[in-house]
Each structure stands twice: as structure tokens, then as C-alpha cells.
Design a protein. Structure first.
Length: 335
């Protein structure tokens, strides 16, 4: 616990408590010097590597001896708060960093030191070999989503602020990697999955809009000669299968493409022109885009804009392949 003053450092007079400026303050009974207590400034460095692991030190001293925490310490005179964060980082981990940005400031009371002002920075590792310093037993990187219990609540708060800043960026980066793998994407949520869920939820609405369009469109005349319920059923199957496939890629891929080849052959035998079949498929794509992008919130934030672009890319890829396989089936070559 923080020690209270007993004697004046100026005249050795006895310190007594007095009501001054609305607070109880230490005042020397002999020379009347008033002592103002201010919070101590503490700094922390949040260093995260390319693997999304955060740098932690195992504390060698109290408070919280033997617990993991961010590289932290007190700012000293004749240094800026940023310089203090980099000095503490080097002293505890042996690495030299560069301050990227301020992440968080928080008032904090500690039984050991009293009132603190905790200032946390995002710091980039520039040079140096990682090794524990005098105040650390060990230093390690830990997955940012699987951290050990941390010494101070302010550490959690700073890491949470870091995550809030990079969560959307990481989500976009992950989706880029999955898209680079083509249709057989590895498992895991993509930003645009929530938009494809709209298709499954509203497949009937999308189908109704498509039917109204296709039976009146000049490029799809033959569809207007067919019973409306049959036209509806054909489109609803396509839209429903598309919505399910896009959320679970790879599981039924060959069956889907075989299905579209069969559609091509059936439409040929039913007397449809190939141009009509392709136009009808294009209209399905149009109504999927129109319905999904009419939903609120699609363009409000950068991650939502990216989600929409990713959605468009995945839809276009699917329908381009569907067009190929329908044509393939229409031409009679199902090999």
C-alpha cells in the first residue's frame, strides 16, 4: 500500500491533514508547505506480430508478480510519454520499437501504488532479439484470441482497443486469402456470408420478383408461354441451391454444375432458345443483387463496403460458371 507522509522533506516538520480547496491534503505544520498528490503515469506497449500474437512479459516483481502482462512501467522525468513506453519495452523485452499510435488512456487505482494514469500505445517491433529484461522472468508471444490471465484490467482494455481497430481489416485479409483459393475455399466465415443468408431468408421474394420480370421481358419470350407456377418453381430451386452452396462451398460443387448442365439440356428439349436461357439466368443474378443491396446498412462502413464487393465477386463467379455449364448442357456435351 502507498505510504503516507509523516515529515516534511523541506523542514522536517510534522505533516498533518488539512481541508484545503475542498480536499483533505497534507500540509506541514511548521512551514505550511502544501503537498499535492497527482496520479502516477504508467505506460504500456501493445506489440502484435503478423501471426496476430501479442507480446507479453512474465512479471518478476510486485505488484502481480508471476503474472503475464503487457510491457509496462512508470514514465520518468525528462522523457516524453512515448519515449517512456519504448524504454520500458526495451528494458523488459530487449526489443526496440516504434510508436504507431495511442490506443488508450485510463484512470486506475492500484493498492500498491495508488492512483495511476495508464497510457497504452500500439508499438511496432523494429529491431532487437527478444529476451526477458531485469523486471521479467520470461517474454513470449500469445495468440491475441487466446491470452493467459493478465495482470491488470488496463491490459485487457488496451488489447481490446487494438482488436477493435484491426478486426475489420483482419476479416478482409482473411477473406482475400480464401478467395485466392477459388471456389474450394477453406472453412471459416467470410464477411459476405451474412449477405448470402439474406438470399436464403428471402428466396421467395427474390423468385417472385424474377418471375414478374422474366414473363414480361423481351429477351425471355418463351417463359411467358409457360404456367407461372412452373416458372416460379424452376427459379426458386436455382436460387435456393445457390444460396446454400455459396455458404457451404465445395460440399456439392460437382452436383451443382451437373444440375446446371441438366437445366441446359432440358430447356433445349422444351424449345427455349439458348439466348433466352442465359438471359433468364442473368435476370436471376440481377434480382439477387437488387434485393440484397436494397437492405439497410450495406454501404455504411468500410467493412460493409468490402462485404458488398466481396459478395458481388462471389455471385459473379458463380453465375459465370453456371452460364458455362448451362451452355455446355444445352449443346448436348455432358462430358
Amino acid at each position: 500500500m502507498k505510504k503516507s507522509r509523516q515529515y516534511c522533506p523541506k523542514c522536517a516538520g510534522k505533516i498533518e491533514l488539512f481541508q484545503i480547496e475542498g480536499r483533505l491534503r497534507d500540509r506541514c505544520s511548521q512551514c505550511d508547505t502544501i503537498f499535492y498528490d497527482n496520479p502516477l503515469p504508467v505506460v504500456s506497449a501493445v506489440v502484435v506480430n503478423q501471426k496476430r500474437e501479442v507480446l507479453l512479459v512474465l512479471r518478476k516483481k510486485e505488484p502481480r508478480e508471476g503474472m503475464w502482462g503487457l510491457p509496462s512501467g512508470f514514465a520518468e522525468v525528462h522523457e516524453t510519454i512515448e519515449e517512456a513506453a519504448l524504454r520500458e519495452l526495451e528494458e523488459e523485452t530487449s526489443i526496440i520499437g516504434k510508436v504507431v499510435r495511442l490506443l488508450d488512456t485510463k484512470s486506475h487505482y492500484n493498492d500498491f501504488y495508488g492512483d495511476l494514469i495508464w497510457v497504452s500505445f500500439e508499438v511496432k517491433w523494429m529491431t532487437g532479439e527478444m529476451a526477458p529484461g531485469d523486471d521479467a522472468i520470461d517474454v513470449q508471444f500469445f495468440p491475441i484470441f487466446d491470452l493467459p490471465e493478465l495482470a491488470f484490467s488496463t491490459n485487457y482494455r488496451a488489447i481490446h482497443r487494438f482488436l477493435n481497430r484491426y478486426r475489420d481489416l483482419w476479416s478482409m485479409q482473411d477473406s482475400f486469402r480464401r478467395l485466392e483459393g477459388g471456389s474450394r475455399q477453406p472453412k471459416g466465415k467470410m464477411p459476405s456470408d451474412s449477405l448470402f443468408e439474406i438470399i436464403n431468408r428471402d428466396s421467395q421474394i427474390i423468385t417472385e420478383n424474377w418471375v414478374a420480370d422474366v414473363i414480361s421481358n423481351a429477351t425471355t419470350i418463351h417463359y411467358s408461354t409457360q404456367p407461372r407456377e412452373e416458372v416460379y418453381e424452376k427459379a426458386h430451386i436455382v436460387i435456393s441451391q445457390f444460396g446454400q452452396w455459396i455458404i457451404h462451398p465445395g460440399e456439392r460443387m460437382e452436383d451443382i454444375w451437373t444440375y446446371f448442365q441438366t437445366i441446359g439440356a432440358e430447356r433445349r428439349d422444351e424449345g427455349y432458345k439458348l439466348s433466352e436461357v442465359i438471359s433468364a439466368l442473368s435476370l436471376i443474378r440481377k434480382h439477387i443483387f437488387a434485393h440484397v443491396f436494397s437492405q439497410g446498412g450495406v454501404w455504411e462502413k468500410p467493412i460493409e463496403m468490402y462485404r458488398s464487393m466481396e459478395f458481388a465477386s462471389r455471385v459473379n463467379l458463380f453465375f459465370d460458371k453456371a452460364t458455362y455449364h448451362i451452355t455446355h448442357g444445352y449443346e448436348g456435351d455432358n462430358q
